[in-house]
Design a protein around this ligand. Structure first.
Ligand SMILES: Cc1cc2nc3c(=O)[nH]c(=O)nc-3n(C[C@H](O)[C@H](O)[C@H](O)COP(=O)(O)O)c2cc1C
Length: 459
């Protein structure tokens, strides 16, 4: 369905005008729509399930600046205040651990009974500020706040030390983060059931904390995402050849939550789904079941679409789509010009990498029920032209909302700039230098070293 063009070689971002970008896309035969006028990004989503004031979102971005007990710190408040001043209608809060032992960093947020009031304060301040900003920009609808809840799975750490909690063995993924088989465990079905119940309780707590909805994270190689590709998990209710088994943890959590919330006043249950990870069969998801493929494996969206249809039946009407395992080969998730230290440049053009994730999302959008609202990912690479791309995609119905990750660290006011000035400020845009990912790998707080040195050079 999606052929890898071996003729595309890597070329960094050098486009000065929309025309330059259009010409390069044309040269590469990449049919991405780029609009000069971005007015349509102001349109609200008004369905009977959810209202969102405009078409731009902050994507979840772990800041790793929480207190050791998992509560938001001053730096966390700073980040969310910056987002709230930015004008995006949807703020998707970063991966927050469901418990202490499944964090990927000692400073990751954790939602607990003890600190729910701290989260309440964070949502309240974010909401007040975001609504003020939206009002000042002429929007009628109120902002929406979603919390992403996660179990870091094979990327879990304990006391700063790698402690992989795996769905199955994959030596290549182990090598990528320098761990050995004996460094961690394969999680048992019994433990998965305990995790399921903790996840449900934490999601219920997210409502008490003032969020409008909760994301049961199923992407980027973390626990639920790894289960989706667990063909090699033997003798387990949560693995093997059937998608029903491999998606069982996600479906069980969501079913329990919908039974609790369905009649409730609008609390949304959603998921960020990794629809394709590029990892060859049998260890990949959204890939063709052909043996001996090389990375990135051929796309096959049959299972992701089957899963999404199942979620739709469970009354999930908002989904965030992403791709790749950023701990393995990051360019599928976040196309870049400069890799993390020791990393490699991909053997493909970054505009092609960006097109892959955008195209996959649009195929999914076209094959599922039209009232499922889809948030797409991976637009930051387009820098000052990202709003022009978002506008083109939304006009063609290829996605409903465009979510920004690295751009939100670098330039949290990107949405305001689009709404006011029609284009993102070039001097503030993310330059895809991978420093934020580098900080993540080093176990430090993340943030933008280039555009927000105040955050990086604090103390
Ligand atoms: C430092 C860093 C932290 C991230 N944290 C999260 C996270 O908490 N949850 C998540 O689903 N994705 C996370 N991502 C992925 C982003 O949400 C996003 O999918 C990716 O950066 C591509 O989008 P972009 O091109 O707009 O940056 C993170 C990415 C980076 C670089």
């Amino acid at each position: 369905m999606f052929v890898h063009p071996s003729s595309h070689v890597f070329k960094p971002f050098k486009y000065k005008t929309l025309e330059d970008l259009r010409n390069e896309l044309k040269r590469l035969s990449i049919p991405l729509p780029i609009n000069a006028n971005t007015e349509n990004l102001r349109e609200a989503i008004q369905s009977k399930h959810i209202n969102i004031p405009n078409r731009l979102s902050i994507q979840p971005m772990e800041g790793f600046d929480a207190k050791l007990n998992g509560s938001p710190s001053e730096l966390t408040y700073r980040r969310y205040t910056r987002y709230a001043k930015g004008g995006a209608g949807l703020i998707w809060f970063e991966a927050t651990a469901i418990s202490e032992d499944c964090r990927s960093n000692d400073h990751q947020l954790i939602l607990t009974e003890e600190n729910v009031n701290n989260f309440k304060e964070l949502t309240s301040l974010t909401r007040t500020q975001a609504n003020q900003t939206l009002e000042s920009l002429g929007f009628k609808n109120r902002c929406r706040l979603i919390l992403q809840l996660n179990h870091s799975g094979r990327y879990s750490k304990r006391n700063g030390k790698k402690n992989p909690i795996r769905a199955y063995h994959n030596d290549e993924l182990d090598n990528a983060i320098s761990v050995k088989r004996e460094d961690g465990i394969i999680i048992s079905d019994e433990e998965l059931k305990e995790i399921r119940d903790i996840w449900v309780n934490k999601a219920i707590l997210a409502k008490d904390a003032g969020f409008d909805g909760v994301d049961i994270k199923a992407c980027h190689g973390y626990l639920i995402s790894e289960l989706l590709s667990a063909h090699n998990r033997k003798n387990s209710e949560y693995g093997g050849s059937s998608l029903e088994n491999r998606s069982k943890l996600l479906i069980e959590i969501i079913t329990k939550l919908q039974n609790k919330f369905r009649k409730d006043s609008g609390f949304k249950v959603t998921s960020r789904i990794g629809a394709y990870d590029g990892i060859p069969y049998p260890n990949g998801f959204g890939v063709k079941s052909i043996a001996n493929q090389t990375f990135p494996a051929s796309v096959d969206l049959e299972e992701p679409i089957e899963l999404i249809n199942k979620l739709y039946e469970l009354d999930v009407k908002l989904l965030n789509i992403t791709a790749g395992n950023p701990h393995y080969k990051g360019y599928i998730t976040r196309p870049y010009d400069i890799p993390v230290k020791g990393g490699r440049l991909p053997k493909e053009h970054p505009l092609f990498s960006a097109y892959r994730i955008i195209y996959l999302t649009s195929v999914i959008k076209s094959l599922i029920s039209q009232d499922m609202i889809i948030v797409g990912s991976g637009y930051t690479y387009f820098r000052q032209f990202a709003g022009n791309l978002a506008s083109g995609l939304i006009q063609r119905g290829m996605v409903d909302i465009c979510g920004f990750g690295r751009m939100s660290f670098a330039n949290p006011e990107f949405a305001k700039q689009i709404f006011q000035g029609k284009t993102i400020d070039k001097a503030k845009a993310c330059i895809s230098c991978s420093k934020c990912s580098q900080f993540m790998r080093e176990g430090k707080s993340t943030g933008c070293a280039v555009r927000d040195p105040e955050y990086i050079n604090r103390e």
